[in-house]
Ligand binder design. Structure first.
Ligand code: PLP
Length: 425
């Protein structure tokens, strides 16, 4: 690295450190370009992106079809607010509700906003349809959840870093163990005020915890039994990431891996974000059938940017890419290959003891204490070797490359990962 080049990265990082709020701890690499599965830093070094902006860039960086939809729409009309109709929103809503099999969609911008929307929708349904007394509704959530960063959402987080000194907290949530049906049944059978069960089909931020085989199906059945809405936060797991269009699809074997309207589990409220736009623009959505969604009336909820024509155009293109390029099928196939290769290495490894995940949402568990910085050190070394990943909670490294990856590229990545881990064995 020459002195002049060194300066480019150093300068960009120094600017963020000096003028930006320090609410993140980025891996020291400064990116300036992306294409497909690759990103490049300001010095021109190429990397495999193994984070995909937390599964937002499932369609690959700067996908030409999505960027084209963005630029074409940007020249025509970007924002009207919902004070008026626009010619893209209804078209996007029709496309997306048919794509996922729901009556209606509520358009919003970020994942956290979509979760907030789902909470409000669930509560209003509880009072107006289920008949719970005013302000008594409870929503069941899981320990170690991650649903975003608003004050209400962090109120039911158990991550001290996300929570501490942000109180007072919002009431109305009951926390149970993830992947524990007995606890769910206990809480549902002992409490008539439960309105919803909010759950991640796989806990991503917590460290890619995949629940037991029939967990979601049985949890949904319990929700039906007690007239409680099953709310799936598929912001990270959705849009082909886990080898199905939605992780709620379970293990369906329909050829398109999109469960064609008969998923194993059909959430009453579906929360989408991240890859809904292919990482090009913030777009999120809440989907539900009329019985639930119709409790929302004019003025009850909204957002100035929610449902703007630019977002609508981008999201349709992003979903078309997922379907046309068969990204769910690719994620499923490559996921199996990835875990097989990692498992063969793990047999002889001392530093890595476990790989887990579904499709191309995977993680390895580093064999060191939770508060050691070994995972961080490994990520620095991966970066040096041309692959970008980030530790998540505990000593865990998440691996989530863009779903447009080829098998050849994946094998190159497996070589980099194993070579790097061996340096720590
Ligand atoms: C990322 C994420 C969110 C929050 O999305 P933002 O766009 O960052 O607000 C919510 N739920 C899950 C499961 C996520 O992974």
């Amino acid at each position: 690295m020459s002195v002049a080049q060194h300066t480019l990265s150093q300068e960009a990082m120094a600017l963020e450190n000096k003028y930006g709020a320090q609410n993140y701890h980025p891996l020291p690499v400064v990116l300036s370009r992306g294409e497909g599965v690759y990103v490049w830093d300001v010095e021109g070094k190429q990397y495999f992106d193994f984070l995909s902006a937390y599964s937002s860039v499932n369609q690959g960086h700067c996908h030409p079809k999505i960027v084209n939809a963005l630029t074409e729409q940007a020249r025509k009309l970007t924002l009207t607010s919902r004070a008026f109709y626009n010619d893209k929103l209804g078209w996007y809503e029709k496309f997306t509700t048919q794509y996922f099999g729901y009556d209606k969609l509520l358009p919003i911008n970020t994942g956290a906003e979509a979760v907030e929307t789902a909470i409000k929708l669930c509560r209003k349904w509880a009072y107006e349809v289920k008949g719970i007394d005013m302000n008594d509704a409870e929503i069941v959530v899981c320990k170690n959840n991650f649903h975003g960063r608003t004050t209400t959402i962090i109120s039911f987080s158990n991550d001290p870093v996300a929570r501490k000194n942000f109180g007072p907290y919002t009431d109305g949530f009951i926390k149970i163990e993830y992947d524990n049906l007995q606890e769910l049944e206990d809480v549902l059978s002992n409490n008539e005020n439960v309105a919803g069960f909010l759950v991640e089909p796989i806990q991503g931020e917590a460290g890619v915890y995949v629940p037991s085989e029939d967990y979601l199906k049985k949890a949904k059945a319990l929700c039906e039994k007690y007239n409680v809405l099953f709310i799936a936060d598929e912001v990270q797991t959705g849009i082909a990431r886990t080898g199905r269009l939605l992780a709620s699809c379970g293990n369906c074997d329909c050829p398109t891996k999109s469960c064609e309207g008969t998923p194993e589990v059909k959430p009453d409220i579906l929360i989408l974000g991240k890859a809904l736009s292919g990482g090009v623009y913030p777009v999120s959505a809440v989907l539900a059938n009329n019985e639930v969604m119709n409790v929302i009336r004019p003025g009850n909820h909204g957002s100035t940017f929610g449902g703007n024509p630019l977002a609508a155009a981008v999201a349709v293109a992003a979903l078309e890419v997922v379907r046309d390029e068969k990204l769910a099928e690719n994620a499923e196939r490559l996921g199996v290959i990835f875990r097989d290769a990692m498992n063969r290495y793990i047999e002889t490894s001392t530093i890595c003891k476990l790989v887990r995940g579904k499709g191309l949402l995977n993680a390895i568990v580093i064999n060191d204490s939770e508060d050691s910085d070994t995972a961080w050190e490994i990520c620095l070394r991966l970066r040096d070797n041309g692959l970008l990943a980030k530790p998540t909670h505990g000593n865990i490294i998440r691996f989530a490359p863009p779903l447009v990856m080829t098998e050849g590229q994946l094998m190159e990545c497996v070589d980099i990962i194993i070579k790097t881990l061996k340096e720590f064995d």
